[in-house]
Design a protein around this ligand. Structure first.
Ligand code: DLL
Length: 424
């Protein structure tokens, strides 16, 4: 859709949404009344700035159903966020929400190159997490054959991948990497299987890890992004050009803000992504602060799609580590580790502690070959090389510990790589 038409559609939907929220959700009615916002006040898209932000706290304060805009009889599915502490955030879908969700995921998988001829192995965990069912229905919608295997039981995954001839793998990048290790241990050349496309998402992945996964599994890696509060996967995804994730702007209106001042940033700048759902019925969200850091590009993609392209998520504003006063994103550390010689596996852990009231950072990395552990000078050389590279990239002195192969925990869902034991 030409951008002019798209923007007209967004404006019409935004006005309707404001009216819908005022009429149906007391929590929003109060907030909007306080801010003096009505549908009539929204005359152009930038008038969205009159609307107050929504945060996870709004969802917690109204737990579980307080932000629902429809009676429960009209809700046909409930999911919840994968948060590890406290109460989860709850999301309800109407029949129309589920229909849109399948369409949006179908869009993403088609732009990544999936077709009705594909056999898609869904190795996300099925359950309250939105990843598995989201991709499941989107892939079914395009006519692919879906294998709902879920996550875990990795040897069986690989056996079925081989026997069933799976052509598409759906998982987190870290689980895909782990699968490639287990496949190698089983003596299977994963590159010779039928896999051709990876629909990976739900967590960040550096270009270096992406290249490793592509090489180990023989797949074309595509990234897709979403969030349970907003719907799940289906918010944005890469096309074959892989120059950003196309944002479903007809259903989600994106803004980039400065997390500190909460001001909207000019187009093209990096900042926190804020999203307004334009079509959701069950639980619409106004200017939801995702905490994810990225940048949007509005020029038309080489593939012809006009929807804005979101750069791959750089990190979360609440993931950013402040170590000895220096801002560090775990992805920067991952980048360094991935570029190290083949002696180092892509598994690592970042451990933070306090020593003499100062932050200390230790990076634990695994060796590929245990033989190196007996050769002190090689080991020291490697350690120094990594420390030096980390210092150049981060501007920080890190302790580097080399560990035996396979000694760092593997993940079948989202990886947790940071252990923060600092005294707060
Ligand atoms: O992870 C939804 C999803 C499932 C997306 C499957 C894509 C594929 P949550 O569990 O609520 O939802 O986690 C949302 O995960 O705010 C980001 O911080 C992170 N995230 C999701 N996709 C990506 C990605 C699902 N492609 C949170 N790259 C988001 C980087 C991602 N981070």
């Amino acid at each position: 859709m030409p951008r002019k038409e798209l923007e007209a559609l967004q404006l019409e939907r935004l006005k309707r949404l404001v009216d819908y929220c005022i009429k149906r959700i007391p929590h929003y009615r109060n907030k909007l009344e306080k801010a003096g916002v009505t549908a009539e006040k929204i005359k152009c898209l930038s008038d969205i700035e009159y609307i107050p932000y929504t945060t996870k706290d709004d969802m917690r304060d109204t737990y579980p159903y307080g932000l629902f805009a429809v009676p429960l009889k009209d809700i046909v599915r409930i999911h919840a966020s994968s948060g590890t502490t406290g109460k989860p955030t709850v999301v309800g879908y109407t029949r129309s929400d589920l229909n849109n969700w399948s369409d949006l995921v179908a869009r993403i998988v088609v732009s990544a190159g999936a077709t009705e001829n594909d056999i898609a192995q869904i190795s996300f965990g099925y359950g309250l997490f939105t990843g598995a069912l989201g991709l499941h229905y989107g892939l079914e919608r395009i006519g692919a054959a879906v294998i709902p295997i879920s996550s875990g039981n990795t040897e069986k995954q690989i056996m079925l991948m081989k026997d069933f001839g799976s052509t598409v793998l759906v998982s987190t990048p870290s689980y895909a990497m782990y699968m490639s290790e287990v496949g190698a241990e089983m003596g299977i050349d994963m590159r010779k299987l039928n896999l051709r496309l990876g629909l990976f998402g739900s967590e960040g992945c550096t270009d270096e890890l992406r290249a490793k996964i592509e090489n180990n599994l023989g797949v074309f890696f595509t990234d897709n992004y979403g969030m349970s509060e907003l719907m799940g996967p289906g918010v944005s995804g890469e096309c074959r050009e892989r120059c950003g994730l196309h944002f479903a702007e007809d259903h989600f209106y994106p803004e980039i803000i400065d997390s500190a001042t909460m001001q909207v940033k000019p187009r093209g700048e990096v900042g926190e992504l804020v999203i307004t759902t334009l079509t959701k019925e069950g639980i619409p969200l106004l200017r939801y602060r995702t905490k994810d850091i990225t940048r949007l590009h509005y020029d038309t993609c080489k593939c012809g799609r006009t929807h804005a392209r979101m750069e791959k998520v750089k990190g979360r504003s609440d993931d950013m580590l402040k170590i000895k006063g220096v801002n560090v994103f775990p992805s920067q550390i991952e980048s360094v580790i991935m570029t190290m010689p083949d002696a180092i596996s892509p598994n690592y852990q970042i451990v933070l502690t306090t020593h003499n009231y100062m932050d200390e950072i230790e990076i634990k990395v695994e060796l590929v070959n245990a033989g190196l552990l007996t050769n002190y000078s090689d080991l020291e050389n490697l350690q120094n090389q990594i420390r030096h590279k980390l210092h150049t990239v981060l501007g920080l002195d890190c302790r580097v510990t080399l560990l035996e192969p396979k000694s760092i925990e593997r993940f079948v869902g989202k990886a947790r790589r940071v252990v923060d034991n600092r005294i707060k």
